[in-house]
Design a protein around this ligand. Structure first.
Ligand code: PMP
Length: 435
């Protein structure tokens, strides 16, 4: 059955980029960290629906919440009418919001995907400011619809000025650290203040507190505070895209909390729906210039997703899973960092909480005279590591500006034993590729 299903998928579906489609597995059952394929093989799933499954597959509290709605006879779809299910979701969501936003928050249901909430955020800040352009960053990923796509470096339809996102490894200024972040901030300031060649009419700045698809690059807290100050001084709303970083993933409930930055707008999706499609934009009340009918969309009221999301948010909060992600993630990252000394093809290990990236490089490439590194990214080595992981029963994702980064997004419920198994299999896979 598995071979036939894979063959038909290859023949019927577009070959456009998408998560892990190329992996030769046909999942038929899943629980927690584990996926079982149609061929009976079991895999540890560190892709987690691209970070959607904060509690892993089919967590009992999520299933229970979904069943409860199904068994209650509640309507599954009533557009955006008020329902007890939605009321419970917004109550729980507002309880989690960062201080400074929580008490003045408005939510707009978008959906069903993260990219829809990004579009809504752009539309909102344009309406609120009367300006049109957007500020985004190198390596950003915000989605595949026209505005979000442009902000992600693709061919969309919003005027986007691209500013440098700081990074230690491959720092565009060649210095890294706090100094590199400060230079990136100054670049942004100078572009914004350049009357002739600067950014016309910026309505908002969108950033990921940790870039995910861009290669797992955590923004330094100091740089985030600089972006907050720079945007505040110019009355430019700051939009935090926490689609991937939210719900405890990075070690705080929302990743902006590490820096104490309070954004004007937050874009949320993935884990907030407890594995079902749900996306919202949350913003400070004074930005709420929208009149009734200003934003619509048929699938904004998914009751099952809201119920699954409420259960997930509450479970993460009540069980301290953000703190757990912080400690376990730090341990895993420290463990993986040792690989950089062990294998020349492991260029960098980085991340925050349980959002972890391992950048594979080609150590045989010639470096410019006098340079000691970093070596060029090696997408083919990353792909080989992904394949070797799969052979060892471990699913990992690839990402990064050059697709050279192996990414781990395990569920926040990961146990110490599971973490050890993931690290063993990954290390073994890297060793086999390096050999
Ligand atoms: N923003 C970020 C930070 C993301 O990681 C993603 C998806 N990977 C999106 C937006 C888009 O979400 P979706 O794929 O649900 O449209």
């Amino acid at each position: 059955a598995q071979e036939g299903i894979l063959r038909r998928q290859a023949a019927r579906e577009s070959a456009a980029r998408t998560y892990a489609r190329a992996l030769p597995i046909v999942p038929v059952r899943a629980r927690g960290l584990t996926i079982e394929g149609a061929d009976g093989r079991r895999y540890l799933d560190c892709l987690s629906g691209a970070g959607t499954l904060a509690l892993g597959h089919n967590h009992p509290v999520v299933l229970e919440a979904i069943r409860k709605v199904l068994d209650s006879g509640a309507p599954l779809h009533v557009l955006d009418l008020a329902t007890p299910v939605k009321d419970a979701f917004t109550t729980e969501l507002f309880r989690t919001l960062p201080p400074g936003l929580a008490d003045r928050a408005r939510v707009q249901f978008c959906g069903p995907a993260g990219t829809d909430a990004v579009e809504a955020a752009f539309k909102l800040v344009r309406a609120a400011t009367g300006r049109t352009g957007m500020l985004a960053f190198t390596g950003a990923y915000h989605g595949m619809t026209a505005g979000a796509l442009e902000a992600s470096g693709g061919a969309g339809d919003v005027r986007v000025a691209r500013l440098p996102y700081p990074q230690d490894y491959r720092c565009p200024f060649g210095v890294g650290g706090a100094q590199g972040a400060e230079l990136a901030a100054r670049w942004t300031e100078s572009v914004l203040d350049d009357a002739k060649s600067g950014v016309p009419s910026p309505a908002g700045m969108i950033l990921e507190p940790v870039q995910g698809e861009g290669g797992v690059i955590p923004a330094p807290d100091g740089w985030l505070r600089r972006m907050r100050a720079i945007t505040a001084a110019r009355s430019i709303p700051l939009i935090a895209d926490e689609v991937q970083t939210g719900v405890g993933r990075t070690g705080r409930f929302w990743a902006v909390e590490h820096s104490g930055v309070v954004p004007d707008v937050m874009v949320l999706s993935k884990a907030i729906g407890g594995s079902l499609p749900l996306a919202v934009v949350v913003y400070r009340d004074d930005l709420d210039v929208w009149q009734p009918g200003a934003h619509a969309g048929t699938f904004r009221g998914n009751q099952l997703a809201m119920a699954a999301g409420t259960a997930t948010l509450a479970y993460v909060r009540e069980n301290g899973l953000a703190e757990r992600a912080a400690t376990l993630g730090a341990r895993m990252i420290a463990h993986l960092r040792r690989l950089t000394g062990q294998f020349a093809c492991v260029g960098d290990v980085r991340g925050r909480g349980l959002m972890i990236g391992i950048e594979m490089v080609n150590p045989e490439a010639d470096l410019p005279a006098g340079a000691t590194g970093p070596y060029p990214p090696a997408p083919s080595i990353a792909t080989a590591v992904q394949r070797e992981c799969l052979r060892r029963g471990l699913i990992v994702e690839l990402g990064g500006r050059h697709a050279g980064v192996v990414r781990l997004l395990p569920p926040l419920t990961l146990t110490d034993e599971q973490a050890a198994a993931v690290l063993d299999r990954l290390t073994d896979a890297i060793a086999s590729v390096a050999a």
